[in-house]
Ligand binder design. Structure first.
Ligand code: NAD
Length: 244
C-alpha cells in the first residue's frame, strides 16, 4: 500500500527533517506550510530524488476551514493520508504576568487547535481505512513545565492529554496516536538563544549535546512504522535525558 504522510510546518526544522526521512522510506509527502511557499516548493523538488510524490499545501493550521480545504486538496492529489504528523508550532518566552490574552489564544490556536483541526480533517478516512498513525510533537516543557513559558508548556501538555484520550478512542479502528517530546533541538526556534545559554543547556543534558532534527525525525518515523504497531497513547522523550 502506498502511504501518504501529512506533515504540518514542514518547510524547515524538525518538520523538514521528518519530510526527508519519510520520503527516503518511500512515503508520498504532503508538505504543509503557512507562509514559506518557496522553502516548501524547494523541499518538494528535493524530495523527488526519492521517487515519491511530494507537494506543498498552504494552510494556517489554526484555521479550521483552511485545514479542511487543504485536506480535500491533499486527498484529491495524493489519496488518503495514512500518517499525520502535527509538527507545526510556535514558542514564546514571557513572564506569566506579561502573557496577554492574545498571546495565550494564539499559542493554543496553533499548538493545540492546530492538532485538533488537522486530526479532524484526516481521521474519518483513517477510520474508514481501519489504519492510521497520528504523531503529535509536544515538548519536554509539556512534561516538566518551563519558567517564562507557561502558555507554551500548558499547550504542549494539552497535546499529551489529547494523545492519550484519542489513542483510547480510536485504537479499535487500527489507529495509533503518540506524542514525541523533544528536548533542546538545533532549529530556528532556538535561534534566539545565545551560545552561552546553548552551552549551559548542553551541560545540563546527560548525553552532553544538543539534539538534531534527525534525532526527532527518526523517532517519528519509527512510531509511524509497523515496528511500533503495539505502541499507542505514549509520549516518547527525545531529549538526551534532560527530563528524568
Ligand atoms: P521551527 O520554528 O523551525 O518550525 C516550526 C514550523 O511550524 C515553521 O515552519 C513554521 O512556519 C510552522 N508554523 C508555525 N505556525 C504555523 C501555522 N499556524 N500553520 C502552519 N505552519 C506553522 O521550529 P522546530 O524546532 O522545527 O519546531 C517543530 C515542533 O517541535 C514545534 O511544535 C515545536 O514546538 C516543537 N519543539 C521544538 C523544540 C526545539 O528545541 N526546537 C523542542 C521541543 C519541541
Amino acid at each position: 500500500m502506498k502511504k501518504t504522510v501529512l506533515i504540518t510546518g514542514a518547510s524547515r526544522g524538525i518538520g523538514r527533517a521528518a519530510a526527508e526521512v519519510f520520503a527516503k522510506e518511500g512515503y508520498d509527502v504532503a508538505v504543509n506550510y503557512n507562509s514559506s511557499a518557496k522553502a516548501a516548493e524547494d523541499l518538494c523538488r528535493e524530495l523527488e530524488k526519492y521517487s515519491v510524490k511530494a507537494l506543498p499545501f498552504q494552510a494556517d493550521i489554526a484555521d479550521k476551514k483552511a485545514v479542511e480545504k487543504m485536506a480535500a486538496k491533499i486527498e484529491a492529489a495524493m489519496g488518503a493520508v495514512s500518517v499525520l504528523l502535527t509538527n507545526a508550532g510556535i514558542a514564546e518566552q514571557a513572564l506569566f504576568t506579561d502573557i496577554t490574552e492574545e498571546m495565550w489564544d494564539r499559542m493554543f490556536a496553533v499548538n493545540v487547535k492546530g492538532a485538533y483541526n488537522c486530526t479532524q480533517a484526516v481521521l474519518p478516512k483513517m477510520i474508514q481505512e481501519k489504519y492510521g498513525r497520528i504523531i503529535n510533537i509536544s515538548s519536554m516543557w509539556g512534561i516538566a513545565g518551563a519558567s517564562c513559558e507557561v502558555h507554551y508548556s500548558a499547550a504542549k501538555s494539552a497535546l499529551i492529554g489529547f494523545t492519550k484520550a484519542l489513542a483510547k478512542e480510536v485504537g479499535l479502528s487500527g489507529i495509533t496516536v503518540n506524542c514525541v517530546a523533544p528536548g533542546v533541538i538545533e532549529t530556528d526556534m532556538n535561534g534566539h538563544l545565545s551560545p552561552e545559554i546553548i552551552a549551559e543547556l548542553k551541560e545540563e543534558t546527560p548525553l552532553n549535546r544538543i539534539g538534531t532534527t534527525s534525532d526527532v525525525a527518526e523517532t517519528v518515523l519509527f512510531l509511524a512504522s509497523e515496528k511500533a504497531s503495539f505502541i499507542t497513547g505514549q509520549t516518547i522523550s527525545v531529549d538526551g535525558g534532560f527530563i528524568l
